[in-house]
Design a protein around this ligand. Sequence first.
Ligand SMILES: Cc1cc2nc3c(=O)[nH]c(=O)nc-3n(C[C@H](O)[C@H](O)[C@H](O)COP(=O)(O)OP(=O)(O)OC[C@H]3O[C@@H](n4cnc5c(N)ncnc54)[C@H](O)[C@@H]3O)c2cc1C
Ligand code: FES
Length: 497
Amino acid sequence: MSKSIWLTDEMKSFSPIQDNLESDVVIIGGGITGILSAYLLSNEGMRVVLVERDRLFHHTTGHTTAKLTAQHALIYNELIGHFGLENAQKYYQSQVEAIQFVRELTNKLQISCQLEQQDAILYTNDDKNKQKFEQEATAYQQLNIKGEMQNSIPFEIPHKCGLSMAQQAQFHPVEFLRTIVEKLIENNVKIYEETTAVDIDYGNKTIVRTAHNLDISADHVIVATQFPFYEGQAFYSTRMYPSRSYVLGITTNQPYPGGMYLDIDQPKRSIRTVQHENETIWLVGGEAHKTGQYDKENTTPYHDLENFCSQYLHVKDWKYQWSAQDFSTLDKVPYIGSINKQHPNVYVATGYRKWGMTNSIVAAHILSDSIMQRDNPYKELFKPQRFHADPDIKKFISYNSNVTKEFVTGKLNVDENNKLEPETATKMKVDGQIVGVFKDKDHKIHAVDTTCTHLGCECNWNNAEKTWDCPCHGSRFNYDGKIIEGPATKNLKQVDI
Ligand SMILES: Cc1cc2nc3c(=O)[nH]c(=O)nc-3n(C[C@H](O)[C@H](O)[C@H](O)COP(=O)(O)OP(=O)(O)OC[C@H]3O[C@@H](n4cnc5c(N)ncnc54)[C@H](O)[C@@H]3O)c2cc1C
Ligand code: FES
């Protein structure tokens, strides 16, 4: 089965950085956040450099499900409770404007990206959640959101009730962004792929150091790498957590009734369709778990999703499967703005909680307005330095103790019998040292020190993707220790056994 439906082989590539550079703005991260920030700033006449560790949109942006909606699961009743009615209204309004931005840009640049209007629908099969749906529907009324409770959804999937939000949208994110990248080239944005930023230093200008030992100096730096590879001593590692989700692309023997669906029970399920090579492909997502902490035995997230599809969706053919991750902040609102008080010219945009198609657009606008010294109505709400004590503290403590545990206990999860089937991995003691060992299909052994090169947590094996995943801040490595995603910037150490 192929990987993500959105990515194709014939995408334009860009060479790695070759010289030291100087610019007005350097943007690190070539996902939707980085690309749209580069677009807005280069339209303002700023000289922009965009660096990407791998290839443009090949990480979460190329593995999303690309619903463009303000219906971010059950959120508005909670936002009103924690942030007040005015801020909840602002959150909603920022997402509505983001969807409108895609509509207008698609129209203006004549982008062919399957942008279409769809209602978004939440559903639950748990009686206990019915009350939460009713509270959320009341919040919709308070915020003038068009939507209503539904008695049923048009699938055989067990459910008790639904809640719709009208006139949302879906699109093909990579087709959309490819046109924007052409505009970046026209705007003389300098784009470098396979270029990893490893540190930020401060002098007359701010300096981004790269793994090539070449530097980029700039007046402003945007860190759009999901988890910030550079934290500026602002403790993002204790304020965010990564969650991984899985997606299947299938064809079915039933017509699609329209709409974009999300089950809010555990395990969550997401459904939408996309037209691809003259077929209607259903994208069915779910099985989310904290990265590096999948604890079901004798199954994988893909198997469980397949079982769900077989049971309820009349599957004709299995076409695609992929997985990706995103980060949540402790109060569920992204961190967008200056990374810390000392360095207001270095910005982050992260913690989209799997709603980054719209939140990235909110971020691109807040950050470009900040750099252009313009006001933005949403700046304060998303400011990373905000502190809302009551909802955060309990989660802060419980999540933090979970991370602390991962620093220590992962090492104890050792297979003492040293029995290993092909295509599986385990941890073994080799000369007293704990080593992660993968046996490939040709019985070749690949051994690595599973201590994460970011802050030293112990990585765990992800059997669905054959990767070593770090439970603390989501760095991932292949079975040879090569880094797949950060915040780590170095590979795991290979061990010779
Ligand atoms: C399974 C799944 C489904 C989702 N579905 C939806 C949806 O339906 N609707 C929605 O709104 N949102 C959805 N999301 C969320 C959305 O896809 C993400 O929030 C969004 O794509 C994040 O974009 P980004 O640009 O911030 O990050 P990314 O796309 O991950 O881009 C960050 C880039 O930074 C690069 N990078 C990292 N470190 C460095 C470094 N040190 N130097 C240089 N480059 C670096 C990475 O290689 C990467 O390309 C989903 C997420 C997942 C996981
Ligand atoms: S990602 Fe931070 S310690 Fe591994």
